[in-house]
Ligand binder design. Structure first.
Ligand SMILES: [Mg+2]
Length: 272
């Protein structure tokens, strides 16, 4: 559905009114990095602010479902959020841990191809990545290269683009995020599939999803499809703005707010 993304408090309050009015039928879904938690130089240092954790606790008590949908491993994002009664989708939907579950379920769509990205990355000379300032991250079926904080970020990105082309030839799918390239098995997961799985397990018909990056747009699109198909009464897509965010986050959202602070303001209002 085309339309201008709304930016005022009055506009998002109106759009989110149906969730707040019927919290027992509502799901609150959120990306983690850059949405719930501010981005910092090293991905490993990203932490959930205490005030955000306090608001999430109130939301868990009140709403049918609270879910975190992340590019991190499910166990990683759960450790950072630190709350049990939350659904965690990790690795962009390749892993799903529903509230109370202790082990993530892998996405069957990548059965037999879990090791493809790691095998490809093992064939790349470590010195080539190192010289370019690219930091590899092993996420199991997904292999990532980060260049935030590299001495020459443009050069690092250029080498990442070469690696992406080579990965594509090796049958992997490149996904670009904020200063990160990820190589995944073709057709696996996606945040849209993750959102649909979380919602399938619960009888909710009104949803808000917030995200700041390209991978979140996949969830935005899936929610719009579910809304257009009549499976959801309300689907509100909140784009989190940042200086480095892709334009699709604005183009395909219903509401945009500035950074994690803007999203926390919405969450606090939903929790009131
Ligand atoms: Mg993010």
């Amino acid at each position: 559905m085309a339309g201008e993304s709304q930016t005022t408090t009055a506009a998002w309050r109106e759009l989110l009114g149906p969730l707040r009015a019927e919290p027992g039928r509502a799901a609150i879904l959120t990306d983690f990095d850059g949405t719930l938690a501010p981005i910092v130089e090293r991905a490993d240092d990203v932490a959930l602010p205490e005030e955000a954790r306090a608001v999430l606790l109130r939301l868990i008590d009140r709403y049918a479902m609270v879910g975190a949908v992340s590019g991190r491993r499910a166990a990683d994002v759960r450790a950072r959020v630190g709350l049990d009664r939350v659904a965690y989708a990790g690795n962009h939907g390749l892993e799903l841990m529903m509230p109370g579950e202790s082990e993530p379920k892998p996405d069957p769509s990548v059965d037999g191809r879990e090791g493809d990205a790691a095998a490809f990355m093992a064939g790349i000379e470590a010195a080539r990545l190192d010289d370019a300032g690219l930091r590899p991250e092993d996420k199991g079926p997904i292999q990532a290269l980060h260049w935030r904080g590299a001495a020459d970020e443009a050069r690092a990105e250029a080498v990442a683009r070469e690696v992406a082309v080579e990965g594509g030839r090796a049958g992997l799918e490149p996904h670009w995020g904020r200063k990160v390239l990820e190589l995944r098995p073709v057709g696996g997961g996606g945040k849209g599939a993750a959102v649909a799985s979380i919602l399938a397990e619960d009888g909710v018909d009104r949803v808000v999803y917030a995200g700041d990056d390209r991978t979140d747009v996949d969830a935005f699109r899936r929610l719009a499809e579910l809304r257009d198909a009549g499976e959801l009464v309300t689907a509100v897509r909140v784009g989190i703005l940042s200086a480095e965010g892709p334009p699709e986050v604005t183009e395909e959202s219903d509401v945009t707010v500035e950074g994690p602070a803007g999203w926390l303001e919405i969450l606090a209002w939903l929790a009131e």
